[in-house]
Design a protein around this ligand. Structure first.
Ligand SMILES: [Zn+2]
Length: 183
């Protein structure tokens, strides 16, 4: 089998995890063995499953470092990774190594952080992958196409876990308006 890396990216509330689960379901239907990974810091809902905002689930292993996946991928045909933006830069090489073994790697992550900057290793990852599915959300203010995850809480730091209590999806013009108002 020829390996490949697919990435599903976009802002918060754009259906990334749901799309990942749809892809996983398709691979399972093709009788492929799927292993799902997610970063250990994301324990918003369940410990051993990935959960989308609509509460769809798939079994998952929570790992701290990308290298841990190299011990576990051999049993699977397809390796799915959710919230991939939270892993360190070694995730890029790990995804490529697994694909080089002829496996399908499908990952989902935020492409931009809350300040609209490319998130962690996502730019590197998106450069080396075979397929990119870029999703949009719906702008909270104008219902336009949203690509920014604007933080409405006062928390500092790039990694602040939260849902609609802390973030809203915004289109480019509403995002710019919000940020100029805050200056
Ligand atoms: Zn808008």
């Amino acid at each position: 089998m020829n390996g490949k890396v697919q990435v599903v990216c976009g802002p918060m509330f754009s259906g990334k995890t749901k799309t990942l689960i749809v892809l996983i379901s398709g691979y399972l239907k093709d009788r492929k063995k799927v292993v799902v990974f997610k970063p250990k810091l994301d324990d918003r809902y369940a410990e051993e499953s990935i959960v989308s905002h609509d509460k769809d689930e798939a079994q998952a292993f929570a790992v701290t470092r990308p290298a841990e996946m190299l011990d576990l991928f051999h049993r699977a045909d397809v390796i799915a990774i959710d919230e991939v933006q939270f892993f360190d830069e070694s995730i890029v090489g790990v995804c490529e190594t697994i694909a080089d073994y002829g496996k399908i790697v499908v990952v989902a992550g935020l492409d931009l952080d809350y300040l609209g900057r490319p998130f962690g290793s996502m730019p590197q990852l998106m450069s080396v992958v075979d397929e990119i599915i870029k999703l949009n959300s719906v702008c909270t203010f104008c219902s336009g196409r949203a690509r920014f995850s604007h933080r409405i809480s006062k928390d500092a730091g790039v990694v602040v876990l939260g849902e609609k209590d802390k973030y809203v999806p915004l289109c480019r013009s509403c995002y710019n308006e919000m940020n100029s108002k805050q200056l």
